[in-house]
Write a protein that binds this ligand. Structure first.
Ligand code: FAD
Ligand code: NAP
Length: 540
């Protein structure tokens, strides 16, 4: 281990660790640090209670697209033993109930101050402590700062002209007011990503009229959300350990074996057969990764999958003009989408589709949305399903300063960096859960992996009496390069989406994920431990 000395003064911190966030990440961090390591932990969330994503995203139709048996904590065996769920996927209230139940059983709420936003955090070199400020005019000190701010949590609300003149409700799906019911109203939805697809399917059933404002058509496969029997759930419980071993050693960690067969190695008939089989089984990640091994890496394989979905759109959508508008023309290389009977929605009389790439939104008016062509759509409510300032959004919204007053905004001005998705050079004793350049997967098993690694790193720092731990700049540089070179082997950087920061004007289009999968990532983390943390610097 590398050691260096600095002139510091001793100050007893208010807490050993401050944890920010009460989603999967923050909750598990509080449990590990407080209950297993005996640290004094203070946690914050600006929500009024636990849940994170599942607290904020209460829009109609909100659903996990990870299957129910593996959208949960693997450490919480007791939780699964007593668990019961209805369908193959969990609804937002079900995930929220689960996280509330975890918070109750592990008594996590007592460490949280809710309704509290962390506004600033500075590393004080003289005391080697973090100073953390909140919007409640508080300042506390702590040795460690552990953030679970969420990578899809900072809402993106494009500033359309005239928004303040609109008389009806404007609601972002990621800040959906509890109980907000738009049944019987004329509703507009802007955006057709994972969220848009879910809210469109749900709103079509209840709105008087639904207008979808689509900028980019998407590839959407069925989700296959059928009821899950007692026997099936018992089977998951009986095979608990084997299931989690498989999830954690796989690439996307969605609870299925990824295909090892390239689409380019089989006949067209065989491709069609496999695509049809998985289409009927349902699941976006399954369609991209269980069908063939090269959909996300090879243009020919990608075209084959894309063309299959386009043929389905043509078969399902009755009006040829609408079908044409729904037809994607780009790569099938954004975050895979799924939803039950999505394209069928456009056969309904109460649903219309506006192609706002061809005829962009000019402005919001008192009564609705005006397109550049002069067409005005009258609406009672407008739903923004416009996504998130993903990955770094909640970090750059905090006044976060590391050594030598370096700010995170400055450090990440050319795109976020991050070491192993959990640390940042120049930011000692600072740990991120789902920080930049972590794996692109079903997220709870990645969150657990990271929290466990963070907790071990803190334990090592404490055991050896170190004051600080941080990544060596050269190790971080090498990690970001590794992430970039792996991403370059895939088609993802060529598609315009939040995965590479392309969804928000002004954001740098750079690598934000380690695309080699959770199994390989876990090996990378283990290698650091086995090598006695030689890529990290400890200060005494
Ligand atoms: P979050 O759950 O986002 O929690 C972050 C918390 O930090 C929030 O409560 C926020 O209020 C708080 N916070 C942020 N900044 C501050 C601050 N400055 N001060 C105080 N508090 C702060 N992933 C999957 O793998 N499978 C799925 O099926 C899936 N479905 C999803 C569906 C939706 C609608 C969305 C939006 C995301 C979905 N995701 C899914 C991704 C999901 O975000 C993760 O699975 C997971 O819930 C992230 O947990 P987290 O604890 O890291 O962050
Ligand atoms: P998203 O994938 O970024 O989609 C945002 C949508 O809004 C896109 O259709 C985008 O169009 C559109 N948009 C953005 N700005 C616009 C503008 N100025 N004018 C018109 N349209 C605009 O966001 P999301 O749907 O919220 O999903 C984000 C991620 O959250 C998902 O990828 C997934 O990881 C997670 N999630 C998962 C589920 C699930 O199935 N369990 C559900 C919801 C969310 P362009 O494509 O043209 O940019």
């Amino acid at each position: 281990m590398n050691e260096k000395t600095t002139n510091t003064r001793t100050e007893t911190p208010d807490f050993d660790a401050v944890v920010v966030g009460a989603g999967f990440g923050g909750l598990y961090a509080v449990h590990k640090l407080r209950d297993e390591q005996g640290l004094r932990v203070q946690a914050y969330d600006n929500a009024s209670d636990v849940g994170g994503t599942w607290y904020w995203n209460r829009y109609p139709g909100a659903l996990s697209d990870t299957e129910s048996f593996c959208y949960r904590f693997s450490f919480d065996k007791e939780g699964l033993e007593n668990a019961r769920w209805k369908n193959r996927y969990l609804t937002q209230p079900e995930v929220l109930d689960y996280l509330n139940d975890v918070a109750d059983r592990y008594d996590l709420r007592r460490s949280y101050q809710f309704h509290t936003k962390v506004t600033a955090a500075h590393f004080d070199e003289s005391t080697q402590l973090w100073r953390v400020w909140t919007d409640k005019d508080q300042m506390v000190t702590a040795k460690y700062l552990v953030t679970g701010l969420g990578l899809l949590s900072a809402t993106n609300k494009p500033p359309f002209d005239g928004m303040d003149t609109f008389k009806g409700e404007i609601i972002h799906t990621g800040a959906w007011p509890e109980g907000m019911d738009l049944s019987g109203q004329r509703v507009g939805v802007v955006g057709t990503g994972s969220t848009g697809v879910q809210v469109i399917i749900a709103m079509a059933e209840t709105a008087e009229h639904l207008t979808v404002f689509q900028r980019s058509p998407q590839y959407v496969v069925p989700i296959g959300n059928w009821p899950e029997s007692e026997e099936k759930i018992q089977e998951y419980k009986d095979n608990y350990d084997a299931i989690w071993d498989q999830v954690k050693s796989s690439a996307v960690a969605f609870g299925f074996e990824e295909s090892t067969v390239p689409a380019t190695s089989v006949s067209e008939e065989e491709r069609e057969r496999v695509f049809e089989e998985i289409w009927n089984k349902g699941g976006g990640f399954r369609f991209m990764f269980e069908t063939f091994s090269d959909i996300a890496t090879d243009q020919e394989a990608n075209d084959a999958a894309a063309n299959f979905i386009k043929r389905k759109i043509a078969q399902i959508v009755k009006d040829p003009e609408t079908a044409k508008k729904l037809m994607p023309s780009d790569l099938y290389a954004k975050r895979p989408l799924c939803g039950n009977h999505y394209y069928e929605v456009y056969n309904r009389d109460n649903v219309s589709l506006e192609d706002v790439k061809a005829d962009p939104i000019s402005k919001f008016t008192e009564n609705g949305i005006l397109l550049e062509s002069g067409k005005e759509i009258e609406l009672d409510a407008i739903i923004f399903a416009t996504g998130f300032d993903a990955v770094e959004g909640n970090y750059t919204r905090i006044d976060l300063q590391g050594r030598n007053d370096v700010t995170i905004q400055d450090k990440w001005k050319d795109g976020p960096l991050g070491y192993l998705g959990v640390m940042e050079a120049d930011f000692p004793n600072f740990f991120m859960i789902l920080g930049p350049n972590g794996p692109f997967t079903n997220l709870p098993p990645t969150i657990e992996t990271q929290v466990e690694w963070i907790s071990d790193a803190i334990a090592v720092t404490e055991r050896n009496g170190h004051k600080t731990i941080e990544p060596k700049p050269e190790a971080q540089e090498a990690w970001v390069e590794t992430c970039q070179s792996i991403a370059d082997m895939t088609l993802f950087p060529k598609a315009q989406s939040w995965i590479f920061g392309a969804n928000i004007p002004g954001k740098k289009n750079t690598v934000r994920f380690y695309m080699a999968g959770l199994g390989a990532y876990r090996q990378e983390l283990q290698a650091v431990v086995d090598d006695n943390y030689s890529t990290l610097e400890f200060d005494n």
